[in-house]
Design a protein around this ligand. Structure first.
Ligand SMILES: Cc1cc2nc3c(=O)[nH]c(=O)nc-3n(C[C@H](O)[C@H](O)[C@H](O)COP(=O)(O)O)c2cc1C
Length: 179
Protein backbone atom coordinates (compact mmCIF):
# COMPACT_ATOMS: atom_id res chain seq x y z
CA UNK A 1 0.00 0.00 0.00
CA UNK A 2 1.72 3.15 -1.18
CA UNK A 3 0.20 6.47 -0.17
CA UNK A 4 0.52 9.76 -2.02
CA UNK A 5 -0.41 12.86 -0.04
CA UNK A 6 -0.99 15.83 -2.30
CA UNK A 7 -0.59 18.73 0.12
CA UNK A 8 -2.23 21.99 -0.91
CA UNK A 9 -1.31 24.94 1.30
CA UNK A 10 -0.59 28.33 -0.29
CA UNK A 11 1.79 29.42 2.46
CA UNK A 12 3.45 26.51 4.22
CA UNK A 13 6.02 28.83 5.78
CA UNK A 14 3.23 30.38 7.86
CA UNK A 15 1.39 27.12 8.47
CA UNK A 16 1.37 25.41 11.82
CA UNK A 17 -0.97 22.47 11.40
CA UNK A 18 -0.39 21.33 7.83
CA UNK A 19 3.34 21.86 8.17
CA UNK A 20 3.43 19.70 11.30
CA UNK A 21 1.43 16.95 9.60
CA UNK A 22 3.69 17.00 6.54
CA UNK A 23 6.82 16.80 8.69
CA UNK A 24 5.39 13.75 10.41
CA UNK A 25 4.52 12.05 7.11
CA UNK A 26 8.12 12.47 5.98
CA UNK A 27 9.16 9.90 8.60
CA UNK A 28 7.13 7.13 7.01
CA UNK A 29 8.52 5.25 4.04
CA UNK A 30 5.26 4.21 2.46
CA UNK A 31 3.99 7.80 2.34
CA UNK A 32 5.07 10.28 -0.32
CA UNK A 33 4.24 13.96 0.14
CA UNK A 34 3.81 16.12 -2.93
CA UNK A 35 3.31 19.78 -2.07
CA UNK A 36 1.50 21.46 -4.95
CA UNK A 37 2.24 25.12 -4.21
CA UNK A 38 5.91 24.27 -3.72
CA UNK A 39 6.08 22.13 -6.86
CA UNK A 40 4.35 24.82 -8.91
CA UNK A 41 5.13 28.30 -7.59
CA UNK A 42 3.90 29.69 -10.92
CA UNK A 43 0.78 27.51 -10.61
CA UNK A 44 1.39 25.92 -14.02
CA UNK A 45 0.72 22.23 -13.46
CA UNK A 46 2.74 19.52 -15.22
CA UNK A 47 -0.16 17.21 -16.03
CA UNK A 48 1.97 14.26 -17.24
CA UNK A 49 4.03 14.37 -14.03
CA UNK A 50 0.90 14.44 -11.90
CA UNK A 51 -0.67 11.54 -13.76
CA UNK A 52 2.52 9.48 -13.35
CA UNK A 53 2.47 10.17 -9.61
CA UNK A 54 -1.14 9.04 -9.40
CA UNK A 55 -0.40 5.84 -11.30
CA UNK A 56 2.51 5.04 -8.97
CA UNK A 57 0.41 5.02 -5.78
CA UNK A 58 -2.53 3.02 -4.44
CA UNK A 59 -4.06 5.59 -2.11
CA UNK A 60 -4.19 9.30 -2.86
CA UNK A 61 -5.07 11.91 -0.24
CA UNK A 62 -5.61 15.62 -0.82
CA UNK A 63 -4.50 17.39 2.35
CA UNK A 64 -5.43 21.04 2.77
CA UNK A 65 -6.64 23.68 5.21
CA UNK A 66 -10.37 24.26 4.82
CA UNK A 67 -10.77 27.61 3.03
CA UNK A 68 -14.30 28.93 2.62
CA UNK A 69 -15.70 25.43 3.05
CA UNK A 70 -13.51 24.09 0.29
CA UNK A 71 -9.85 23.80 -0.77
CA UNK A 72 -7.28 26.44 -1.68
CA UNK A 73 -7.65 27.25 -5.39
CA UNK A 74 -4.66 25.34 -6.79
CA UNK A 75 -6.40 22.06 -6.01
CA UNK A 76 -9.40 23.07 -8.09
CA UNK A 77 -7.05 23.88 -10.97
CA UNK A 78 -5.27 20.56 -10.44
CA UNK A 79 -8.58 18.68 -10.68
CA UNK A 80 -9.60 20.58 -13.82
CA UNK A 81 -6.30 19.91 -15.56
CA UNK A 82 -5.19 16.47 -14.33
CA UNK A 83 -8.46 14.53 -14.43
CA UNK A 84 -8.59 14.55 -18.19
CA UNK A 85 -11.23 13.13 -20.47
CA UNK A 86 -9.80 9.94 -21.96
CA UNK A 87 -7.55 9.44 -18.93
CA UNK A 88 -9.62 9.77 -15.77
CA UNK A 89 -13.03 9.29 -17.41
CA UNK A 90 -14.59 8.73 -20.83
CA UNK A 91 -13.08 6.37 -23.42
CA UNK A 92 -10.02 4.61 -21.93
CA UNK A 93 -10.44 6.89 -18.92
CA UNK A 94 -9.98 4.08 -16.46
CA UNK A 95 -6.63 4.94 -14.88
CA UNK A 96 -7.96 5.76 -11.42
CA UNK A 97 -10.46 2.96 -11.08
CA UNK A 98 -8.41 0.87 -8.67
CA UNK A 99 -7.36 3.78 -6.51
CA UNK A 100 -8.57 4.92 -3.13
CA UNK A 101 -8.85 8.68 -3.05
CA UNK A 102 -9.72 10.87 -0.08
CA UNK A 103 -9.28 14.15 1.70
CA UNK A 104 -7.58 15.32 4.91
CA UNK A 105 -8.51 18.75 6.19
CA UNK A 106 -7.77 21.12 9.02
CA UNK A 107 -10.50 23.54 10.09
CA UNK A 108 -10.88 26.36 12.59
CA UNK A 109 -14.47 25.40 13.17
CA UNK A 110 -15.34 22.97 15.95
CA UNK A 111 -17.06 19.64 15.62
CA UNK A 112 -20.18 21.27 17.14
CA UNK A 113 -20.12 24.05 14.53
CA UNK A 114 -19.96 21.44 11.76
CA UNK A 115 -23.33 19.86 12.50
CA UNK A 116 -26.68 20.18 10.73
CA UNK A 117 -27.92 22.32 13.66
CA UNK A 118 -24.57 24.03 14.28
CA UNK A 119 -23.24 27.42 13.13
CA UNK A 120 -22.22 26.07 9.70
CA UNK A 121 -25.54 24.30 9.13
CA UNK A 122 -23.64 21.40 7.59
CA UNK A 123 -21.29 18.60 8.47
CA UNK A 124 -17.81 18.40 6.98
CA UNK A 125 -18.90 15.26 5.14
CA UNK A 126 -21.68 17.22 3.46
CA UNK A 127 -19.38 20.08 2.54
CA UNK A 128 -16.88 17.64 1.07
CA UNK A 129 -19.49 16.10 -1.25
CA UNK A 130 -17.96 17.65 -4.42
CA UNK A 131 -14.74 15.75 -3.65
CA UNK A 132 -16.64 12.55 -2.95
CA UNK A 133 -18.61 12.95 -6.18
CA UNK A 134 -15.41 13.57 -8.15
CA UNK A 135 -13.81 10.43 -6.75
CA UNK A 136 -16.93 8.49 -7.61
CA UNK A 137 -17.04 9.99 -11.11
CA UNK A 138 -13.54 8.75 -11.97
CA UNK A 139 -14.45 5.28 -10.72
CA UNK A 140 -12.18 5.31 -7.66
CA UNK A 141 -13.19 4.46 -4.09
CA UNK A 142 -13.73 7.33 -1.66
CA UNK A 143 -11.41 6.94 1.29
CA UNK A 144 -12.98 8.36 4.48
CA UNK A 145 -11.93 11.94 5.25
CA UNK A 146 -9.48 12.75 8.02
CA UNK A 147 -10.71 15.84 9.85
CA UNK A 148 -8.97 18.08 12.35
CA UNK A 149 -11.39 20.53 13.95
CA UNK A 150 -10.76 23.57 16.12
CA UNK A 151 -7.13 23.79 15.02
CA UNK A 152 -6.68 27.26 16.53
CA UNK A 153 -7.02 25.73 19.98
CA UNK A 154 -5.09 22.48 19.63
CA UNK A 155 -2.59 21.94 22.44
CA UNK A 156 0.86 20.60 21.58
CA UNK A 157 -0.20 17.26 23.03
CA UNK A 158 -3.33 17.18 20.90
CA UNK A 159 -1.28 18.02 17.83
CA UNK A 160 1.14 15.18 18.60
CA UNK A 161 -1.79 12.80 18.97
CA UNK A 162 -3.33 14.07 15.74
CA UNK A 163 -0.10 13.42 13.86
CA UNK A 164 -0.11 9.80 15.08
CA UNK A 165 -3.82 9.43 14.30
CA UNK A 166 -3.25 10.79 10.80
CA UNK A 167 -0.47 8.32 10.00
CA UNK A 168 -2.63 5.51 11.38
CA UNK A 169 -5.53 6.65 9.22
CA UNK A 170 -3.44 6.93 6.06
CA UNK A 171 -1.85 3.52 6.45
CA UNK A 172 -4.92 1.64 7.66
CA UNK A 173 -6.21 -1.43 5.86
CA UNK A 174 -7.63 -1.12 2.39
CA UNK A 175 -11.30 -0.44 1.99
CA UNK A 176 -13.14 -3.73 1.70
CA UNK A 177 -15.06 -2.67 -1.40
CA UNK A 178 -12.02 -1.65 -3.47
CA UNK A 179 -12.18 -3.30 -6.85
C1 LIG B 1 -8.92 32.26 3.39
C2 LIG B 1 -9.26 31.41 4.56
C3 LIG B 1 -10.49 30.79 4.61
C4 LIG B 1 -10.82 29.94 5.67
N1 LIG B 1 -12.03 29.33 5.67
C5 LIG B 1 -12.34 28.46 6.68
C6 LIG B 1 -13.57 27.75 6.66
O1 LIG B 1 -14.39 27.89 5.75
N2 LIG B 1 -13.84 26.91 7.70
C7 LIG B 1 -12.95 26.71 8.72
O2 LIG B 1 -13.26 25.91 9.62
N3 LIG B 1 -11.74 27.35 8.75
C8 LIG B 1 -11.43 28.22 7.75
N4 LIG B 1 -10.22 28.87 7.75
C9 LIG B 1 -9.23 28.53 8.79
C10 LIG B 1 -8.20 27.54 8.23
O3 LIG B 1 -8.81 26.32 7.91
C11 LIG B 1 -7.08 27.34 9.26
O4 LIG B 1 -6.42 28.57 9.36
C12 LIG B 1 -6.12 26.25 8.82
O5 LIG B 1 -6.75 24.99 8.81
C13 LIG B 1 -4.93 26.19 9.76
O6 LIG B 1 -3.96 25.33 9.22
P1 LIG B 1 -2.44 25.81 8.99
O7 LIG B 1 -1.86 26.09 10.35
O8 LIG B 1 -1.77 24.67 8.30
O9 LIG B 1 -2.49 27.05 8.12
C14 LIG B 1 -9.89 29.75 6.72
C15 LIG B 1 -8.64 30.39 6.67
C16 LIG B 1 -8.33 31.22 5.62
C17 LIG B 1 -6.99 31.90 5.60
Amino acid sequence: MSVLVIAVHPNLAESKINKALIEELGKHEQITVHSLYEAYPDEVIDVAREQQLLLAHDRIIFQFPFYWYSSPPLLKKWLDHVLQYGWAFGPNGDHLQKKEIGVAISAYGTNEQYQADGDNRSTIEELLKPFEATVNFVGASYFPPFKLYNVGSLSEEQLEQSKADYVQHLTSAQLSHVK
